[in-house]
Design a protein around this ligand. Structure first.
Ligand code: GLN
Length: 308
C-alpha cells in the first residue's frame, strides 16, 4: 500500500473521476421533499491529513445538509453534559439490522437501540439542556468550532420540509415521551430537525472526521475539547451503527468509524491519522451515499487504511 503522506489532490481527483458515475446506481432521498431537489450528479471528496493538511477534489464549495451526521455532534454534547452512564441508561450500545428510521425495540424494552438511529438520536438531542432552540444552537456552535467555519448555518427550507413531513420521527418522539424517556415538548423534536438541516461542505465533514480520529483535537491543533475517552465512544458507535444496517458489511470492506446522512455526506475517522469527507447525494438502499462509499473504499484500499 502507498504511504499516506503521498496523498494529494491528484490522488483524490483520480479516485473521484473513477467513481463519479456510481450516482446512477443510487437515488436522491425524496421522503424529505426538499432533499429531492438535490443535483444527483454533484460529487466532492476531501481529506484532512496529519497536522491538519487539507486536500479537496470535485464540488468543494457545494453545500448540503449534514442530516444524520449531526447525531455524533449531539451525542458529544449530551455525554459531556450528562455523563455517559446517564445517556446510555436511556438507550443501548447495540448495532442493528434495521433501517435508520425503524422503531426497533421502542415497543419491547422501551429503549432505543443506539444513538445513531433516529429514535436514539431524537432522544439524545432531548437530553441536551436548555429551553427552546438552545440545544440546537449548542450543536450548531460545536459544528462551527470543529470546522472553524462560522459561516455554517442551517437550511430553513430543508428544516420546514422535514418538520411538515417527519411524522414517523414525531411518532417515535411521542412513543419515547410515553415511555418516560423524553420529558420536554415538541421544541425538542424541532431541534433534531434543525440539526439535521445544518449545511456544510465535504471539507467540513473531513474536519469532523479528523476531530474524532484525534481525541477531539481540532485540525489546527486546538485542544479545548480534547477527550480521548469521548472520541473512543463516538468512534465505536460510528463503527457499529454509523452506516445503519450496512455497518457490519461496511466494517468488513472499509473498516473505519464512519457516519452517513441522507443528504449524501459521509464522514470517516481514520484513528490517529486523518479525516475523510465525501458528498454525492444519490443513496443506496440503506440510505448511504453510493458514489461516496466507493470513493472511500478506493482510498482505503490504496492506502491500506482499514483498522483490521
Ligand atoms: N433527518 C433525517 C431523518 O430523520 C436523517 C436521517 C438520515 O440522515 N439517515 O429521517
Amino acid at each position: 500500500a502507498a504511504d499516506v503522506s503521498t496523498i494529494s489532490e491528484k490522488t483524490l481527483n483520480s479516485i473521484l473521476e473513477k467513481n463519479r458515475t456510481y450516482y446512477t446506481q443510487g437515488k436522491v432521498a425524496d421522503y424529505i421533499p426538499e432533499l429531492g431537489k438535490m443535483d444527483a450528479g454533484a460529487i466532492a471528496f476531501s481529506v484532512v491529513g496529519k497536522s491538519g493538511k487539507i486536500f479537496n477534489a470535485g464540488d468543494v464549495h457545494k453545500k448540503f445538509t449534514m442530516q444524520s451526521i449531526s447525531k455524533i455532534i449531539a451525542l458529544m454534547i449530551a455525554v459531556n453534559e450528562k455523563g455517559e452512564a446517564d445517556v446510555f441508561n436511556k438507550m443501548g450500545y447495540f448495532g442493528t439490522d434495521r433501517p435508520f428510521n425503524h422503531f426497533s425495540n421502542l415497543e419491547t424494552t422501551g429503549k432505543p437501540l443506539n444513538p445513531m438511529m433516529n429514535a436514539g438520536a431524537i432522544l439524545t438531542t432531548s437530553l441536551i439542556s436548555g429551553e427552546g432552540e438552545k440545544p440546537f444552537l449548542k450543536i450548531l456552535d460545536l459544528v462551527r468550532y470543529i470546522t472553524k467555519n462560522n459561516t455554517i448555518d442551517y437550511n430553513t427550507s430543508v428544516y420546514e420540509s422535514e418538520k411538515s413531513t417527519g411524522h414517523r420521527n414525531r411518532g417515535m418522539f411521542y412513543l419515547m415521551k410515553n415511555n418516560g424517556l423524553i420529558s420536554g415538548n415538541e421544541d425538542q423534536l424541532d431541534n433534531y430537525f434543525k440539526q439535521c438541516s445544518i449545511e456544510l461542505t465535504a471539507e467540513d465533514l473531513a474536519k469532523i472526521g479528523y476531530f474524532f480520529a484525534n481525541q477531539c483535537v481540532r485540525f489546527d491543533g486546538d485542544s479545548a475539547y480534547k477527550n480521548e475517552d469521548l472520541a473512543r465512544l463516538i468512534q465505536s458507535q460510528m463503527l457499529i451503527a454509523g452506516m445503519y444496517e450496512f455497518s457490519g458489511e461496511y466494517a468488513r470492506t472499509v473498516g473505519l468509524p464512519s457516519k452517513s446522512g441522507v443528504g449524501g455526506g459521509i464522514t470517516v475517522s481514520v484513528p490517529g491519522k486523518m479525516g475523510i469527507g465525501v458528498f454525492s447525494p444519490a443513496l443506496d438502499r440503506h440510505g448511504n451515499s453510493s458514489a461516496g462509499y466507493h470513493m472511500i473504499l478506493d482510498l482505503v484500499k490504496q492506502y491500506d487504511l482499514s483498522l483490521f
